[in-house]
Design a protein. Structure first.
Length: 250
């Protein structure tokens, strides 16, 4: 994070964002400013709007009111702006969403080659670098179905990194995993956090929040109810709704 003397380097700015699904008000006056290199954990009850919030950042969902700027580009209906923003933002989902009929290596090379016109040799070199980083290099010729859930999720993270994003969004990346596989995915995320990546992570993994988050945001009923540093958030929650939530998950 920038120190006080440096100008703030804001990479995501959401102002008074409101969103409805038909007449259901899912995001209510969301104000959120994220600085370069910040690591944010978003938690809250199921249905509180966490996924919708982060999906709005790369326009997988459209908001109806307010403004969202990503690296200085305004998110509006301009497809040019949306394309520009999606270049900056990588996303990892609960379900890994790998292409089942492609090898691990081809999963990583597909978007760089077909969306960015990267020559295969370069795409493969980048892919191997990231597969090594997430500890999966030796599985390059296998298919997703031959890997464990934890390995598939690490591949999904590597695939996202191959597009060279400056911001990574994670939507409950460990929720679909067996308990023994959660740590191997969190370790990759922790390493990524230490590398300086700007990260917004929807997760209830409090060990992750405590070890790397700069800020924890608690959402309920479409609102940001409370946000604080992890220690203050977990040890001294201010709002009743937060305390109730924490008592259920801790
Ligand atoms: P969370 O990720 O916190 O569980 P979501 O953002 O997925 O919450 O959903 C927030 C609310 O919006 C929920 O009540 C959910 O049922 C509703 N919702 C999510 N997606 C849609 C959709 N495509 N159409 C209508 N309602 C939706
Ligand atoms: Mg969700």
């Amino acid at each position: 994070m920038a120190s006080q003397s440096e100008p703030r380097d804001v990479v995501i700015e959401m102002r008074a964002v409101n969103k409805w699904y038909d007449d259901f008000h899912v995001l209510k006056d969301i104000d959120l400013t994220v600085e370069r290199g910040e690591r944010i954990v978003i938690c809250g009850p199921s249905g509180s709007g966490k996924s919708t919030l982060i999906r709005c950042i790369n326009h997988l969902e459209a908001h109806q009111e307010g403004t969202i700027d990503v690296n200085g580009t305004r998110l509006n209906e301009s497809s040019r702006n949306i394309t520009q923003i999606r270049r900056e933002v990588g996303m990892v989902f609960q379900q890994f969403n790998l292409f089942p009929h492609m090898t691990i290596l081809d999963n990583l090379c597909f978007a760089p080659m077909w969306a960015r016109n990267t020559p295969r040799m370069d795409a493969e070199a980048t892919a191997m670098r990231y597969l090594e980083r997430v500890g999966i290099a030796e599985q390059r010729d296998k298919y997703p179905g031959q890997l464990s859930g934890g390995q598939q999720q690490r591949v999904a993270i590597a695939r996202s990194l191959c597009m060279n994003p400056s911001i990574m969004l994670f939507d409950e990346p460990t929720s679909a995993l067996d308990p023994e596989m959660i740590k191997e995915v969190l370790d990759v995320m922790i390493e990524l956090a230490h590398s300086g990546m700007t990260m917004l992570c929807v997760t209830h993994e409090m060990s992750f929040a405590r070890s790397v988050a700069d800020r924890v945001i608690f959402m309920d009923s479409g609102e940001i109810v409370e946000q604080n540093t992890p220690d203050a958030f977990f040890d001294h929650p201010q709002m009743d709704r937060t305390r109730r939530f924490l008592s259920q998950i801790l």
